[in-house]
Each structure stands twice: as C-alpha cells, then as structure tokens.
Design a protein around this ligand. Sequence first.
Ligand SMILES: Cc1cc2nc3c(=O)[nH]c(=O)nc-3n(C[C@H](O)[C@H](O)[C@H](O)COP(=O)(O)O)c2cc1C
Length: 193
Amino acid sequence: MKVVMVNGSRRENGCTHTALTEIAKVLQENGIETEEYFIGERAMNGQMNEAVKQVADAMKTADGFIVGSPVYYASPSGEVIAFLDRLFGAAETDLRFKPGACITSARRGGTTATLDVLNKYFLYNQMPLVSSRYWNMVHGSNPEEVRKDEEGMQIMQTLGTNMAWILKSIEAGKQAGVEQPQAKQKVFTNFIR
Ligand SMILES: Cc1cc2nc3c(=O)[nH]c(=O)nc-3n(C[C@H](O)[C@H](O)[C@H](O)COP(=O)(O)O)c2cc1C
C-alpha cells in the first residue's frame, strides 16, 4: 500500500516537510510506503503541468493522499491552492474513495481556516477524511521549533496510525468482498429550474 503526500510549502525541508515526515515514519512502521512530492515554485513558474502530472500519475497506484501546507496570511499557500485546483480536475477518479488528510504548519494563527479550505477538496470528491486527536496542525518557524511542539508531533503520529488503520480496514473489506461504491453520473443544475 502507498500514501502520496504533497508538500505545499515554498521550503522543501521546512516545517511542513517535518510534519509530513512524522506521519510517514508511522505509516512506514505499518508497512505502508510513502512518497512526498514538493510542489514549490513549480506551481507559479510555468511548470505546473509537470507537477500535476507527476502527482496524478502517482495517485493511479496510491491508496491514500495527504496534503500539507504552511499558513500564509491565514490561508493555505497560493502554491498549494493553485496545485489542488488543477490536481482535483486531472486526477478526480484516481483520488475518489481514497482516504485523505490535510495538515498545516504555522508560526501562530490561521490554522483552522487553512484546514477548512484544504478539507473541502476531499469532501467534494467522496474521499473519507482521516482525523487525529486534535486539528492537524504543528507550530513553528523552522523544523527545530516544530520538533519541539510535542503536541503537534503527537497529532501527526496519531494521524499516521489512523491512516494506516483505515487503509488496512479498506483492504480487509476488499478481501472480504466489500465493493467500492460506484460513482454516479453527476447532476449539475446550476440553480436553474
Ligand atoms: C508569506 C507568508 C505568510 C505567512 N502567514 C502566516 C500567518 O498568517 N500565520 C502564521 O501563524 N504564520 C504565517 N507564516 C509563517 C509560516 O506559516 C510558518 O513559519 C510555517 O511553519 C512555515 O512552514 P514551511 O517551513 O513548511 O514553509 C507565514 C509565512 C509566509 C512566508
């Protein structure tokens, strides 16, 4: 089994990566492979298609999806929003029904607003949301500070444990003959009668 992770920060090895790494450790202890994709400036410098294709291809064989973003002005990074807007169009069917989670990193404030925005991508696309023991956030301005956020680190570990449990439960269900729901043709009314 494999979980694809997206790091939506401008800093490849910053706080968001530190939090994602903590989740990845627990998933790997549970025998689940992880791949982290750094979007960075590719979302803004004309290489968006390449970044989207890379993650969309990875999702074809992935079982779960996690997205991480720093808080920028009390919202997710512009980079991650631009990326997800494209990814959820390009890989909608390969994301659908796969468990998902989002996490955020902030110096101080804007975390829950950021999580609200990120959660909506999963909710739109019939993806079971995986939760932890609090909102999925860490605090710090650099990886060292994030590692000192003991509560944040535990939230990431618990998220990893819960994601592993859900993935194994879905796999056990498949083996027992529980079938994935069939996606229906969407009705779009645009509020017009
Ligand atoms: C453009 C920008 C805007 C930011 N806005 C906020 C903010 O609104 N609230 C906050 O707590 N931290 C804010 N920060 C700090 C980062 O969210 C925080 O340091 C985060 O942990 C960085 O994660 P990273 O190392 O993965 O990029 C901002 C940082 C930048 C660069």
